[in-house]
Design a protein around this ligand. Structure first.
Ligand code: HEM
Length: 419
């Protein structure tokens, strides 16, 4: 007989999820004393799971798909139809290889991204030194968007950079909400898409020339497994799939600044150049900070997994936040301890802030190394290039709010160059 999956209390848990945020899943695993439970979200039956076995299942089982696993508004904000994240099997592997070439295999491309970010960040600092205070989140969003544009070689009107950077950040911050502002953000996204589609048409007609091998050129020239170029619509979706998450790294950088503030001993230690120590710090920030709470999948057929019977079309959620805070894998999971010396490894199914398993075959985030590199550059500049004060502000991070972050985006003042 298949094992029974415990059911969470209540007819539907949507309100509880909106209320409890990141704690919604971990609380129920604990209350039911089970790494798996069943509930309803938006009136739909869903099975929620945690732990390394579940992570391996959600990221490696070919009987699962990401299609239909996210509410439509979240999908349109974060990945969109036609994107790599909505593909399966060989078509997915073929498209994913394009991202891996740019973001994993081509180390010079990564070095270029890190160097652009460093230059853009340092160039921005003089304007900080005469301002009363700055919000690190907004500043990082602009610096990262400029980095993403330079790195991909996306030709965007310089006058619209501020608005477009804000749009990228809004796509991420609105993903956890439903309401009129979500629809305004989607409308702004569709205007940007229209502009970018024209850029792809101009590239293909030879009106715009690009550096060979630049991400923009790679996407414009990518052919699907039948030898067809991507449509301008899909090419645009995949370009936004680079621009938006690069801007989203601002969230992790803000958390890094927060932990530097709360752990001045680490700030002191990182004043000395030591890339191992810097990696320890940044990886612990990725583990402990609330960002992507969970990912979804659907069963493409009926089958049995781990003794549980899953129906065709069954909706599944994997708890990423809870996995990174699982006391069975991490001692004192709520404590910030870079001494854990975490590294993102394909065989690790617990330290999974950006997904699990192999990059090439599953849906694990191909931007993980880029994220770590950008965070390392940012922390290095915050510790070694400048000094600043942190004025009184609310620094508590509410786990009820998805995605979470300090309310004011971490304000800093009295910014000055270090000697
Ligand atoms: C996929 C998180 C940064 C590009 C994912 C997934 C997660 C994630 C959890 C897996 C989705 C799933 O399993 O369905 C994050 C976080 C980031 C980040 C927290 C920090 C800011 C980046 C960056 C890039 C990127 C910097 C590119 C420059 C992608 C793409 C996918 C993806 C293209 C889809 C992969 C696939 O479906 O095979 N990301 N990501 N991400 N990420 Fe990231």
């Amino acid at each position: 007989w298949p094992k029974t999956i415990p059911r969470a209390k209540g007819f539907d848990s949507t309100l509880a999820l909106l209320n409890e945020g990141y704690r919604f899943l971990p609380r129920r695993f604990e209350a039911l004393d089970s790494p798996i439970f069943r509930t309803r979200l938006m009136l739909k039956n869903v099975i929620c799971m945690k732990g390394p076995e579940a992570a391996r299942f959600i990221y490696e089982d070919p009987r699962l798909t990401r299609v239909g696993a996210l509410p439509s508004t979240v999908l349109w904000l974060l990945q969109d139809e036609g994107s790599v994240q909505q593909m399966d099997a060989s078509a997915h592997r073929h498209r994913k290889a394009m991202f891996i070439r740019m973001l994993v295999d081509d180390t010079t491309s990564m070095d270029r991204m890190a160097a652009i970010f460093r230059r853009r960040f340092l160039d921005r600092i003089p304007s900080w030194t005469w301002r009363k205070e700055v919000s690190l989140a907004s500043e990082m969003e602009i610096v990262l968007f400029q980095t993403a544009l330079d790195w991909t070689q996306t030709p965007i009107d310089p006058d619209s950079v501020g608005d477009d950077a804000a749009l990228m950040a809004d796509m991420v911050s609105r993903a956890g909400h439903f309401g009129p502002r979500t629809f305004t953000t989607l409308l702004r996204r569709s205007h940007l898409e229209k502009r970018l589609r024209r850029v792809f048409s101009d590239i293909r007609s030879g009106r715009i020339a690009l550096m060979p091998g630049s991400p923009m050129a790679v996407i414009a020239n990518h052919r699907d497994k039948h030898g067809h170029l991507l449509s301008p619509e899909v090419a645009t979706v995949e370009l936004i799939n680079l621009l938006r998450p690069i801007v989203a790294v601002a969230r992790f950088i803000v958390f890094a600044a927060l932990y530097l503030h709360q752990h001045p001993d680490w700030r002191e230690r990182l004043r000395e150049k030591d890339s191992e120590r810097l990696t320890d710090f940044v990886e612990e920030v990725r583990r402990i900070s609330p960002f992507f709470p969970f990912v979804g999948a659907r069963a493409q057929s009926a089958f049995e997994w781990n003794g549980y019977s899953l129906a065709k079309g069954q909706w599944l959620l994997l708890d990423l936040y809870g996995s990174c805070h699982d006391p069975l894998r991490f001692e004192r999971p709520g404590q910030f301890e870079p001494e854990r010396r975490l590294r993102h490894e394909p065989c690790d199914y617990s330290f999974i802030p950006q997904g699990a398993g192999a990059y090439a075959t599953g849906h694990r985030c191909p931007g993980e190394q880029a994220t770590v590199r950008l965070m390392m550059e940012a922390v290095d500049i915050l510790c070694r290039s400048i000094d600043y004060e942190v004025p009184i502000q609310t620094l508590t991070v509410s786990l009820r709010h998805i995605p979470a972050g300090p309310r004011d985006g971490f304000r800093i003042n009295q910014i000055r160059w270090r000697d």
